[in-house]
Design a binder for this molecule. Structure first.
Ligand code: TYD
Length: 143
């Protein structure tokens, strides 16, 4: 189980795509994410971004301790991760494919398609103290 990690040492190589279970039936599909089973942390919070203006950007921060699994419940968007040395980009467009983001990575969310929904499963409750919102501060923290 992923619960605690020193985010200062995290590299972008540690982020990974996770194929989620899906059940296809004639009337549509369903994906179920069980806390601690289909995602390797206990889910403490769920939130989603929607009504994002076409092609606009979100994110632009890092988390010190938070693990997240993010996916496109609808539409698509791009996620750019940065560990202060290397960058890595992912395009999320399938509701049954999640991106596991460990703590300690700067993230920019870009290129939202019309109607996109970014669903986020998070390992901790909301705390502004867990955020680094200045890129310069992030670079210093990673040293
Ligand atoms: P933020 O995480 O900065 O948004 P994003 O990364 O998606 O662009 O959050 C936007 C606002 O919402 C900010 O004022 C904090 C608030 N917020 C909460 O109150 N609780 C939460 O769980 C989250 C994720 C955000």
């Amino acid at each position: 189980m992923l619960e605690v990690k020193d985010g200062r040492k995290t590299s972008v190589e540690e982020a990974r795509l996770v194929t989620l279970p899906r059940i296809d039936i004639e009337s549509g599909s369903i994906t179920v994410i069980n806390s601690g089973i289909d995602v390797e942390f206990n889910i403490k919070r769920v939130y989603y971004l929607y009504d994002v203006p076409n092609r606009s950007d979100r994110g632009a921060h890092a988390h010190k301790e938070l693990f997240q699994l993010i996916l496109a419940a609808s539409g698509s968007y791009e996620v750019e991760l940065d560990d202060s040395i290397e960058k890595r980009s992912f395009i999320l467009r399938q509701p049954d494919e999640g991106l596991l983001i460990p703590p300690g990575l700067w993230r920019d969310l870009k290129q939202f398609s019309g109607g996109a929904i970014c669903l986020v499963l998070a390992s901790l409750p909301y705390s502004e103290k867990d955020y680094i919102r200045s890129y310069n501060e992030f670079i210093l923290w990673k040293r």
